[in-house]
Write a protein that binds this ligand. Structure first.
Ligand code: MG
Length: 328
């Protein structure tokens, strides 16, 4: 395209919009359903289906390890995967600020296409709006998705005393990357942002009796464990020294006074499994990331309890307030 900036005309529904849709979106998201360009996509789904939606407003739109496009696919596909579903069909809506560099939009679209392939999912419908400068910041994206359930009865309400809690990799990366960029700190930390379908598929194929799964996005590990303790009416006790955290994330948290357990992740999930399958689940996850670790277990009671490396115990609460706006 000859225009270097996105103008209001691209969202006007006329020639420029058509050009944008055909030359950029169709070209990169191409599939039989999408290119029919009907008013609604007609899809075929059999049996139990998971359905989710998410909006992405992250600032900055490009970050170490990803961008808003990759995030918009990972976010929605991971929520489906966490319910034991294989992501099938997605919708995508772009809200673009007039003046966005065309090249940036192109990069985001290519990144979406790449992540979609990893999830083996398809975008079958979408929408584009361009709004006057100042109405949104660069670009906001909404994605919704449906997926067919491959393993039933995965739920935050299922956890029983004795079940083990596993984290799929080291925590706090995505939050740290955004934090560093926001405060102008130079860091090599990469966001964990990615689709988790392969990991989840491997667990299901191996016959792991998954009780609950949740991606530790906003509110991080602390939020997931507190939500689970409440939903399943159990206490969850975790051991500080078993929680994988990279030195870089630890260092950054020390500087800014953040708690790694409260920081957002975008490609890290927590798993509750029956004791007997826990070791096997950990081994499977270690093949994807060697930092996967059994960090604790559910016990009778309420609350989330952290056993520190000194042997003392303290409660972990839900993170309070807005830690970091526009992190996803
Ligand atoms: Mg989630």
């Amino acid at each position: 395209m000859e225009n270097k900036k996105i103008t209001l005309a691209y969202g006007g529904g006329g020639e420029e919009t058509n050009k944008l849709i055909k030359e950029l979106f169709y070209e990169n998201f191409k599939n039989d359903i999408l290119i029919k360009a009907e008013d609604a996509a007609v899809i075929n789904l059999n049996g139990k289906t998971a359905f989710t939606t998410d909006s992405f407003t992250i600032d900055p739109i490009f970050f170490n390890g990803g961008d808003i496009g990759k995030l918009s696919i990972a976010g929605t596909c991971n929520d489906l995967a966490m319910m034991g579903a294989k992501p099938e069909y997605l919708s995508i809506s772009f809200m673009i600020e007039e003046g966005l560099d065309f090249e940036d939009l192109e990069k985001i679209v290519k990144s979406i296409s790449k992540e979609l392939k990893k999830a083996d999912a398809r975008i079958v419908c979408g929408d584009t709006k361009v709004v006057p400068a100042g109405s949104v910041d660069k670009i906001f994206i909404n994605t919704s998705g449906v997926g067919s359930i491959k393993k039933e009865n995965i739920s935050a309400h299922n956890i029983k005393p004795g079940d083990k809690i596993i984290v799929s990799r080291d925590i706090g990366r995505h939050g740290s990357v955004v934090l560093a960029k926001r405060f102008g700190v130079d860091t090599d930390i990469e966001s964990d942002c990615k689709v988790l379908c392969e990991e989840v598929n491997a667990l299901i194929e191996a016959g792991i009796d998954i009780k609950a799964m949740r991606d530790a996005t906003r509110g991080g590990l602390s939020a997931v464990l507190n939500e689970w303790a409440e939903a399943s009416n159990v206490a969850i006790e975790i051991e500080e020294e078993k929680i994988p955290i990279s030195d870089e994330v630890k260092g950054l948290c020390e500087i800014f006074g953040f708690e790694p357990m409260d920081l957002a992740n975008e490609g890290t999930f927590i798993l509750a499994v029956e004791n007997k399958g826990a070791k096997k689940a950990e081994e499977i996850l270690k093949k994807f990331n060697n930092n996967a670790s059994i960090i604790g277990e559910a016990i009778e009671g309420k609350k989330v309890i952290l056993k520190t490396s000194y042997g003392s115990k303290r409660y972990i609460d839900l993170p309070k307030g807005e830690l970091l706006p526009r992190i996803c």
